[in-house]
Design a protein around this ligand. Sequence first.
Ligand code: RAM
Length: 518
Amino acid sequence: MALISIIKDFRPKIDYYLISKANELTPTLKHKIKEPVGGFKLKERYSQEKNDIELESLSKLSIGKGENLCLDFGEHLVGYPTFELSFSGSHPDAPAYIKLKFAENFKELSENSSEYNGWLSSSWIQEEYVHVDIIPSRLVLHRRFAFRYVKITMLDTSPKYKLIINHAECRTESSADWHRVKMPEIEDKMLSDIYNVSLKTLANCMQEVMEDGPKRDRRLWVGDMRLQALTNYISFRNNNLVKRCLYIFGGSRFPDGRVSANAFVKPNIEADDTYLFDYAQMYVACLEEYLEETGDDEALKDLSPIAFEQIEYGLSHISNGLPDDEIVKATFIDWNEKFDKSACALAVMIYSLDYGISLAHRAGDEKRAEKYTEVQKHLRAKARELFWDNDKKVFVSGGQAVQATQIWMVLAEVITGKEAAELMRKVPELGKEVSMDTPYIHHYCVMAMIKAGLKDEATEYIKWFWGGMIKAGADTFWECWDGKNEDVSPYGGSMLNSYCHAWSCTPAYIIKKYLIQN
Ligand code: RAM
């Protein structure tokens, strides 16, 4: 929670040229009509016990006061639902007062939102209270929902009639074009399932921007966007969407030029007042990777100065290899905040310099490339000197040898070759008191394994972690996952968790780019 800031009277610095470019790149959304494939009634309003119903009998099933009806659309959808309503009994002489609860997974369906008291707003919980005055009628919802299930509960009606849901459908929305995807052949069934679920996760997050999650927060976050962009290059190849996101972050920034951690697009493009040091460095990586993919000279010219600013800002907060409090406190890495992030902050800086160097070469700025190369060499040596415990053969930051620190040091190539492989083999057993809570850090863990040459281990890790979600019923990957604790959540309650989350979409990218021959 410490990572979320509120800056009084925050006024981002706006670059209208970049904003107008971002607006020009707004994608056209694609739609499909989806209907339920099954239904049931929950025995109690908040229980998981259910009685299945035949969909064919839907038009004969009426819901009276206190009763519920759940529809199962069979897969995770993002879109606008519509219900055809009619009645049984006498002419409706009072409004039907109903509650609609949309749920991405079954567990969520039977949760009672009044029991949530975490720190994120409960207004994200997808439920609507609606009065329907005229029946028969068509109930069209104008809010977009992310869901597989919907529960309709009759809160009140008159004794003279009961409600019937004759038909339901959802008009889905996404800017991903499945026709552009070339599915590779993957022999391993679990790996192939993981691949498909990764792409579905990405597709459902690809809207007018690369959203972090279509349930919540429904906006752009740099850390998520970078991972979405990578997965997009091997699948939907909607490179203009990545470009639009890069321009959004460039077009509205902190007054001192820093790239914000996330941005709103409605009613207008506007940076949020949260700065995350590592996310701003991921902007550099994301831009360089986009340019590598597209060779887009316009974006190079418009956005590389912004990327260099992020690097300069970071470097100005590191002295003698030690990142200062300001950037350490603004370093995310993972939702688990119970560890010292100094070593990670330094490693992220070194990692970002890799992309800064390539970007400088690309921009023909050899002087800058040379300077960054020197600085990077110095910081790598410092990282080893300050954080490597030669007896225990691990990196220690603030007295702790946590997994995330080892991962980022390997990614920053502070340690390489056999030493890196040895270290990464140790990671699963290390610092268990500080768990890794999000697929975001698990992604970087797999990338560190690959960097250390441990491809078999990386494959097994993907099957264990993301495969675990599939075994638990996921058809899009979740924001948080811990096989031993289904209630894990950074938000003080899993009701706010998102079950289709951008930063979880990367296995397809990793599999295609590093783990299979194509
Ligand atoms: C979560 C968002 C997003 C992530 C930030 C740091 O609230 O959903 O995915 O990037 O936190």
